[in-house]
Design a protein around this ligand. Sequence first.
Ligand code: GLN
Length: 485
Amino acid sequence: MHNKSVAELSRDLESGSVSSVELTREFLNRIKTEDAKYNSFITLTEDEAMADAKAADELRAAGKANVWTGVPFAHKDIFCTNGVTTTCGSKMLANFVPPYDATVTANFRAAGAVCLGKTNMDEFAMGSSNESSFFGPVTNPWGLSNGEKRVPGGSSGGSAAALAARLVPAATATDTGGSIRQPAALCGITGLKPTYGRVSRHGMIAFASSLDQGGSMARTAEDNALMLNVMAGFDPKDATSVDRAVPDYTATLNEPLKGLRVGLPKEYFSDQLSPVMEQQVRNAVAEYEKLGATVKEISLPHANLAVAAYYVIAPAEASANLSRFDGVRYGYRCEDPKDLNDLYTRTRAEGFGDEVKRRILVGTFALSAGYFDAYFLKAQKVRRLIQQDFINAFKEVDMLMSPVSPSPAFLQGIEHSDPVTMYLEDIFTIAVNLAGVPAMSVPAGFVDGLPVGLQIIGNYFGEARLLNAAHQFQQVTDWHQTLPQ
Ligand code: GLN
């Protein structure tokens, strides 16, 4: 049962061959027996899940079910869940129980899906290895059989690892600079970062507001389409959400790819990419040619500036967003503060981890009066140039294809102490967030027995075509079906 996709489980529920109560119990049992190895969950909501499953079975019996009714899934612990602890991977919010649902949470609830719990993540979504979580690192199910502990990627590493270990059939995630695509690639699952504004950010704890976007993780492109059907749409509670009709993302999955124009950004096939990684990506592109796509090299001339611009803009926005955690309103508060200043400083010194503090320092510096023009304003100008690169590219091609990450899953502990190496993990994913375009990571091979992802980047609001391209690839390949030992 746990190897089935959301689409298959939904059909089983519909045919009556399994009930949501049975399914939910099976997945909860798997999490309880298996997750000690991975640490992919922060919170398990067993009682709520069993009650929701029972309600879903009753809805189905009354003929009121949709595809999602009774299907188990999990939320990244960045999405607020009414009455359920929402930590964002931080000591600062370890005791935070939101009195409301994020819009994404509410949408899944309204669809009747059964949330099993909240998945682990880098603290405040800052990281590429899931080692900065207050709740301990997440271990990638891949590589474990060799006795090695590898990172699942980050920041949505809990969701990705839980999927690879077959602990859930679907999980929500967020992507500010690569946090859906990179863990999806490192764990061998399929993930989608939608266009900025496509999915509401209301109730999604903010890291860098102009870059953050909620999205989906599942094992197949089809399941990602089912998730986006629930997640996408205008939300009056999010001023940056876009008022634009939401298509049925499953309706176009089977369109032929004949004539699809694919561009390979030459800057993403440089010496930063090892030849073995490059070969996997080129093999995947060759599959697309067999499916009728035409391929040509294109250029994103400002690609080399993306990481630098991001590490000014993202920390700047983070420093502003994180100023709300002051020990007064909610979350962690230090013991016995002497006065107000002591309350602020000790609460923040004790409540935030090292990486979060580093970002706050960098961001505050970049925004300060003497340096604003030299750093923040300059980075914003670079961002505009990067966006224009994509606009120009999409005049010539329909989609871009590239690697997701420079290497497969690396060992725990090695990059954690070296922030710059860690920041370079996102070298192929970050420009997409600066431009706001959608992109996917699709399993596309193995290097040393570890999964490799193909990144497919689309034009604004091109999610349906991306999902179509990923689905067609998954009809002729089985990388997404391979199980970690
Ligand atoms: N790894 C990047 C960072 O640390 C991106 C994280 C993300 O997308 N949330 O900022």
